[in-house]
Design a protein around this ligand. Structure first.
Ligand code: HEC
Length: 154
């Protein structure tokens, strides 16, 4: 699986959504029901210390391509409007994103980091995008299975 493939799928999803929207009130209601909740409404997924470790691991392994502030570079931005557009078009969950990162990234050395490093980096990306920290650490399994929607508060 790659987000490239997902983007192709998203194009047809978007076309279907446009068609559904023209059908009228029913489509509007179901769209609203499926709408994403804001990041801060979610239960805490990770701990603050995990995100701090993730900041370092991100800096060492991801920032060269995705920017020090996740603003993008050779790779796409992992925050703000870019992330929200991707998330909306693909109904991206934390699990989808984490699976992609842990299997495909870093682009020049896929799956080369440790499980704790990947979960720390995920925690950092969540923190950066406005998700709250809590008492419990994010585990590799929980990150892989998370259905929480991706949304950037930036
Ligand atoms: C050598 C450059 C490079 C490094 C290092 C790198 N990436 Fe990427 N990353 C890319 C490129 C290029 C893409 C776009 C690939 C595609 O769309 O198929 C990408 C795509 C992504 C995506 C999907 C975003 C989207 O909009 O499709 C995520 C998430 C991601 N990278 C996270 C990470 C994380 C986390 C790390 C560090 C562990 C990392 N990347 C390291 C180059 C890199």
């Amino acid at each position: 699986m790659s987000f490239g493939l997902r983007r192709t799928a998203a194009t047809s999803v978007a076309a279907v959504a446009l068609f559904a929207a023209s059908v009228g009130a029913f489509a509007k209601t179901s769209h609203a029901a499926a709408g994403a909740t804001s990041a801060s409404e979610h239960a805490a997924l990770y701990s603050a210390s995990q995100a701090t470790a993730g900041s370092k691991a991100y800096g060492a392994n991801c920032a060269s391509c995705h920017g020090v502030n996740l603003e993008g570079g050779v790779g796409p931005a992992l925050t703000g409007a870019t992330l929200n557009t991707l998330a909306k078009n693909t109904k991206l969950s934390v699990g989808d994103m984490f699976t992609f990162i842990s299997q495909q990234m870093p682009l020049n050395a896929p799956a080369s980091l440790s499980k704790p490093q990947y979960t720390q980096i995920m925690a950092y990306i969540l923190k950066y995008n406005g998700y709250p920290a809590g008492a419990k650490e994010l585990t590799y399994v929980a990150a892989t299975n998370s259905k929480v929607v991706i949304h950037s508060a930036k």
